[in-house]
Design a binder for this molecule. Sequence first.
Ligand code: NAD
Ligand code: IPM
Ligand code: MN
Length: 365
Amino acid sequence: MTMNTFKIALLPGDGIGPEVVAAAREVLESVGDRYDHRFVFDVHPIGGAGIDAAGEPLPARTLQACIESDAILLGAVGGPKWDKAPKRPEMGLLELRKALGLFANVRPVMVHPALADKTPLKEETVAGVDLVVFRELTGGVYYGEKKRDAASASDLCVYTATEIERIARAAFDAARRRRHKVTSVDKANVMETSRLWRETVTRVHNETYRDIELEHQLVDSMTMHLIRHPREYDVILTENMFGDILSDEASVLAGSLGLSPSASLGAAAPGLFEPVHGSAPALTGQDVANPIGAILSVALLLRYGLRLHDEAASVENAVSRTLDDGHLTRDLGGDLGCRAMGDIIAAHVGAARGFAAHRLQMQWG
Ligand code: NAD
Ligand code: IPM
Ligand code: MN
């Protein structure tokens, strides 16, 4: 077999970011050993670490390394240390997404049977949940003009029909490969951007995707529907801020925010893969964070970043086997540390046993 070399930009970031990224890297190295790939890691600071090292949350060299990479793996940014910094750590991530044109943030949520009784919801409510959030990532209120004086502040929310159309098409295409249902979430009863959102999604549906079932939901009641009957959802399509909020809520269906992975994809640039959670300042440095969100982000990096499908499945399978065996971190009631969890999953990848009964196969296209 010829050895393929892949260049991975590794951005550990802040808080628990470096801990979960170390576990994810170990799993990726185990994939390399098993499948004869060479992963070359180019490690760079972002967020607070970027501010400390280079005075900027997105140092120019970090951005350059990302542009030159085959895929980017990121931990998390932010923390109380930089609350008063002139530019916050989070700006580094927002600038990176914008600079690379990563408009589609895809956040799958699947419930592993071994965890169905570990959520605050009833087991019969969450068992079998398999949904994916398509969150628009480079527009909306995150990127509109911001103003501030002593007594007032404003954040402008802007969307163009073009921006809405491209994320809508990505979501409909995904639904075609899944269960053929899209739920578009907006606030069309109040917001002009949401009215354009709903019109555009409806037009794209009529033009190209009549085979897909489309429903519209207002975001407030959607938060309620999502935890009352989560199995009804297949692809959830929404704008930047609603997607941010709904995806944290959806992660609870699987058991913990620490389990959720994400992929941020654009038309041409390398993809960015990161857990949905943040830097969890209270957990930092204790080796207690759940690394599975970061490790499943490695599975997405392999499948959607490098097109290595068997390799991606081997990671999902290793996570599933580990959960089957009852290994859990503290967020799920267990006592396994972050590093130990990474070791076990990496060993499963290397062991190349058969497929687990319930593989967490996170696939949308
Ligand atoms: P958070 O996601 O860091 O934490 C929310 C809760 O989930 C906390 O109780 C935390 O302990 C728990 N948690 C998160 N990840 C976990 C894991 N892997 N294992 C176990 N438990 C986990 O959100 P927050 O506290 O609102 O934000 C903290 C900082 O992180 C802020 O500066 C915020 O801006 C930043 N943040 C960054 C990202 C990112 O880098 N993509 C995402 C969200 C928040
Ligand atoms: C996320 C985070 C980011 C976001 C922050 C850190 C800017 O919450 O990736 O979900 O709001 O997009
Ligand atoms: Mn978020």
